[in-house]
Design a binder for this molecule. Structure first.
Ligand SMILES: NC(=O)c1ccc[n+]([C@@H]2O[C@H](COP(=O)([O-])OP(=O)(O)OC[C@H]3O[C@@H](n4cnc5c(N)ncnc54)[C@H](OP(=O)(O)O)[C@@H]3O)[C@@H](O)[C@H]2O)c1
Length: 220
């Protein structure tokens, strides 16, 4: 599978390494091609998968899954600019629309970054994923002695299944959080997690975990 990642910062790097480690083909597009080339080199070192630097248009056209690992306003603008090419694509939004002091969101409670991005690129098969998973936890793939969990939300079940399969292949546990409108809650959950990790001095080593009475219920 070809996984395109737009943005090669903290999350872009963690995602790229997870996917190359699982043997996937990664296309990376960001602003600074020199910086991005180093990220690609690091992502592909000693693993079966590959990582190549491309521009945003090529990342979108060639990706089976296109992940925006950029900040919300950038993702929304890129989604609008590339809306035609994104039609029919499985697109992942990982953003949390934090304000400058990281103690609130810039979106109104009646919507979410994910829904605004979906509106900017009509026809894109949008899935909210990875936004509740801090980068160090994503990079390690585990926390507290168990696999890290990724919460997914989306209205296109096939797109959500494709992202779920991809995440599982990298060793993560997937929790289906329902419709795309539940991104409103997922984004606010991360706001709370930022508060909690600061309050308890957890250095971003913190995550949500669903603890079912019957573990088999969420195993599929
Ligand atoms: N960090 C976390 O633990 C975490 C956890 C969950 C979700 N998130 C979400 O993940 C997203 C990225 O966070 P991050 O921490 O990875 O941020 P980051 O380290 O600042 O990375 C952002 C990346 O976006 C690139 N970028 C900016 N404008 C671009 C454009 N027009 N085209 C292509 N690439 C562009 C930047 O390139 P330059 O460096 O060249 O500007 C940089 O590589 C945010 O929406 C955040 O809310 C983060």
């Amino acid at each position: 599978m070809t996984v395109s990642i737009i943005g090669a910062g903290t999350m872009g790097q963690a995602l790229a390494r997870r996917f190359t480690t699982a043997g996937e083909t990664v296309l990376l597009a960001s602003q600074d091609s020199g910086k991005t080339a180093k990220v690609a080199e690091e992502a592909a070192r000693g693993v079966n998968g590959t990582a190549e630097v491309v521009d945003v248009a090529r990342a979108i056209s060639s990706g089976d899954v296109v992940i925006f690992a950029t900040w919300y306003p950038v993702t929304r603008d890129l989604a609008a600019r590339h809306a035609a090419a994104l039609k029919g694509k499985v697109v992942v939004d990982i953003s949390n629309p934090f304000n400058e002091s990281f103690d609130g969101l810039t979106t109104d409670a009646s919507t979410s970054a994910a829904e605004q991005i979906a509106a900017a690129a009509p026809g894109a098969r949008l899935v909210k994923a990875f936004n509740t998973t801090f980068a160090p936890v994503l990079a390690a793939g585990e926390i507290g002695g168990g696999p890290a969990e990724v919460l997914l939300a989306g209205d296109d079940e096939a797109a959500k299944a494709a992202v779920a399969d991809l995440a599982r292949r990298t060793g993560l546990t997937v929790i289906d959080a329902g419709a795309l409108s539940n991104a409103r809650t997922l984004e606010r959950m991360t706001l709370l997690l930022v508060e909690l990790q600061g309050r308890y001095g957890l250095a971003f080593q913190a995550a949500f975990r669903l603890v079912p009475g019957d573990p088999a219920a969420t195993a599929a």
